[in-house]
Design a protein around this ligand. Structure first.
Ligand code: HEC
Length: 270
């Protein structure tokens, strides 16, 4: 009966061990961290080392095959060819793996995205007309609601309340699914988007922009964002055609109020 030599026994044990470490966890859909793999490989090598050094006979046989390989066998030409090929491949493999590790690779850009790009010019100077309605509009409101001889300022306050209530209702109907009923960005649909709907209560969002900016974003949504803001990432719809301008301004009043933040005050031009 021909016995497998200690050397080949060790090689086979090593290969089988490596296959088990790499293939078994992944065939169950599990990912083994690299550190755990390295630990198992170390245990495998220690085990094989113990086997080889179990007695002098095994160790001598193992060392003999290696020294034979390193010295070559002058009488066997095919053996020597294979030997030279293997000896040449080892440094090449090491060189290639170091090159592969060190060489810079073409990577797809990481998700750098500008949330607040420059507002388009035509939206820049818009002012929310419903914040301070003109006297004419307040008077019309008094007439419509048959308020008799109510003071102008008192009526203005009531009109502001009306706008706020209408804005709140419109917000809950149109924006709540994504931005959430409390404007914290956790509406029932929010989990479905990789780029989450904005949390308006976060002081870094709508509180840092003027109202005309919020108006632009509501009117033109994600698709009209410039490339630096990766428009294709955003699920924010275009509301231009579905809401009137007054409805948009009302929603914006309610949006800031629900979130408990104030819009940025436009800088004065000097
Ligand atoms: C389908 C989900 C969805 C709906 C519905 C939706 N939004 Fe959005 N909204 C988003 C997402 C996602 C973003 C973040 C990406 C972006 O800025 O375009 C966003 C961003 C915004 C921003 C920009 C905020 C900032 O600080 O940059 C505003 C303002 C906004 N939404 C207002 C509204 C209003 C008002 C409504 C209702 C009329 C609404 N959204 C409805 C998904 C939605």
């Amino acid at each position: 009966m021909s016995k497998i030599s200690v050397f080949w026994y060790s090689v086979i044990a090593f290969v089988v061990g490596i296959v088990i470490i790499y293939a078994v966890p992944s065939s169950f859909g599990l990912t083994l961290p690299l550190t755990a793999k390295l630990m198992y490989i170390l245990l495998l090598v220690i085990g094989i080392g113990l086997y080889i050094t179990y007695n002098d006979e095994k160790l001598k046989e193992f060392v003999r095959i290696i020294t034979e390989f390193l010295r070559g066998k002058p009488e066997k030409s095919t053996y020597n060819v294979i030997r030279i090929v293997i000896l040449a491949i080892i440094p090449l493999l090491i060189g290639w793996s170091i090159y592969d590790f060190k060489a810079p690779k073409a990577q797809s850009p990481t998700g750098l995205r500008i949330q607040h790009p420059t507002i388009p010019g035509k939206f820049e100077h818009l002012v929310n007309p419903l914040r301070e309605p003109e006297d004419e509009i307040v008077k019309k409101f008094i007439e419509e609601e048959n308020m008799g001889d109510i003071g102008l300022e008192e009526a203005r306050g009531l009109l502001a309340e009306k706008y706020m209530d209408e804005g709140r209702a419109l917000y809950q109907i149109n924006c709540r699914p994504c931005h959430g009923s409390t404007a914290d960005g956790s509406g029932p649909m929010a989990e479905g988007f990789q780029l989450r709907p904005i949390n308006f209560t976060d002081p870094g969002t709508i509180a840092t922009v003027v109202e005309s900016y919020a108006f632009w974003r509501v009117a033109e949504g994600g698709p009209k964002l410039p490339p630096t803001s990766t428009p294709w990432d955003s699920a924010m719809p275009i509301w231009k055609d579905d809401l009137t301008d007054d409805e948009k301004w009302k929603i914006i009043i309610a949006e800031y109020d629900t979130a408990g933040v104030e819009p940025r005050i436009p800088e004065e031009l000097h």
